[in-house]
Design a protein around this ligand. Structure first.
Ligand SMILES: Cc1ncc(C[n+]2csc(CCOP(=O)(O)OP(=O)(O)O)c2C)c(N)n1
Ligand SMILES: [Mg+2]
Length: 381
């Protein structure tokens, strides 16, 4: 059904952007060519040791993410998905590398570009695609859609730019209050980085030394506006003034994982919040209604695809070090494609919510709820 090939024409060896050496153990030591830039801290080394198993996991996870977005794209074009739909193509290394740096007991919240985060957190492709089609079998029972997806220790899916940032600080507060030892990853975009509420969240997070990792996914645009036209200062990792920060190559899953682990340890040790800026790029338009070519050139998009693609980078390492053959990787891609085809069929064949569902989860009187109660309500999921 979705037969698009993942940029097979790319020369992988252009993409081996890191210098890697084989160790006696059979593992490889990878040096990152783009170094982390730090603010008010030292940061980790610009290298890591990795192995076949880890690289195969990243290749599989990121391929599934790319494929679920291909599926969403196709279902949208068939008018089976309505309304807003924002895809994550190009940014997969951020969500994959950070997930590898935390545990499933940690917490994650993001904006509306949230489909792949569901997969990273362990939700099924069926629950994501059914939600996109507004079906009762979706993760939010068909009532949330693209921008409002939830699963265990994942709090969406938020459509108001920046609104998830104070909530993320609240979730981190709940961790400290309940003494769980867990942390909260709070994602936002370069566009959201100019929102006032983010600075209020920074202030309280630092005041109370909350275990919150603020992660600015700098994909260079907020809708059709480039970062430089929207932000007076584009060093987003330094924008919290009194909170340490780090800029990371967000197209290199190994760099993200290495930095993420270091930052997660920082927060777990009680040193307070941290700001990460992920240097990344979105290949597609802002949402399905934006072709994404009026404010940037096709050449710019193609150059990033050809030189920095996160999946092709891992493919290059796997092939270069003979951890996998082209055929083995093609099999993984084929499996991901088949998984998304089956999940699409499941979503198409699922029922819409019953009429009575119009009257559930609707509140006449709104009771203010603190993040502590919200987190506690989510337990048992
Ligand atoms: C408070 C608010 N203002 C404006 C919008 C419209 N809007 C939706 S997405 C967006 C751009 C945000 O860009 P960024 O934070 O960089 O995230 P990205 O889409 O690049 O992931 C805007 C202005 C909104 N949803 N909420
Ligand atoms: Mg952006």
């Amino acid at each position: 059904m979705f037969s698009k090939n993942i940029t097979k024409t790319v020369n992988h060896f252009n993409l081996v952007r890191s210098y890697a050496t084989k160790l006696n153990s059979g593992e490889i030591r990878v040096k990152f060519d783009k170094k982390h830039e730090t603010y008010l801290c030292d940061g980790p080394a610009n290298e890591c040791v990795t192995n076949k198993e880890e690289l195969m996991t990243y290749f599989t996870d990121m391929t599934r993410m790319r494929r679920i977005e291909f599926a969403a794209d196709s279902l949208y074009k068939k008018k089976l998905i309505r309304g807003f739909c924002h895809l994550y193509n190009g940014q997969e290394a951020v969500c994959t590398g950070m997930e590898a740096a935390i545990t499933k007991e940690d917490h994650v919240i993001t904006a509306y570009r949230d489909h792949t985060f569901m997969l990273a957190r362990g939700a099924s492709a069926e629950s994501v695609l059914a939600e996109l089609l507004m079906k009762a079998t979706g993760c939010s029972k068909g009532k949330g859609g693209s921008m409002h997806m939830f699963t265990r220790n994942f709090y969406g899916g938020n459509g108001i730019v920046g609104a998830q940032c104070p909530v993320g600080a609240g979730i981190a507060f709940a961790q400290k209050y309940n003494n769980t030892g867990n942390i909260c990853l709070t994602y936002y975009g370069d566009g959201a980085a100019n929102q006032g509420q983010l600075f209020e969240a920074f202030n309280m997070a630092k005041l109370w030394d909350l275990p919150c990792v603020f992660i600015c996914e700098n994909n260079k645009f907020g809708m059709g506006t480039s970062q430089a036209r929207a932000a007076a200062g584009t060093d987003f990792f330094t924008r919290a003034h009194y909170i340490p920060g780090m800029r990371v190559d967000g197209m290199n899953v190994l760099a993200v994982k290495t930095a993420g682990k270091w930052v997660a340890d920082w927060c777990r040790a009680g040193k307070g919040p941290f700001v990460m800026e992920m240097d990344t790029y979105r290949y597609v338009g802002h949402s399905m209604s934006d072709p994404g070519t009026s404010y940037r050139t096709r050449e710019e998009v193609n150059e990033v695809r050809n030189i920095r693609d996160p999946i092709e980078y891992v493919r290059g390492l796997l092939l270069e070090h003979k951890f996998a053959t082209e055929d083995e990787l093609a099999t993984i891609e084929e499996k991901a494609r088949a998984e998304m085809d089956a999940a699409s069929e499941f979503a198409i064949n699922s029922p819409f919510p019953e009429m009575k569902e119009l009257w559930t989860n609707v509140y006449k009187e709104v009771t203010p709820i603190r993040a502590v109660e919200m987190v506690n309500n989510f337990k048992g999921l």
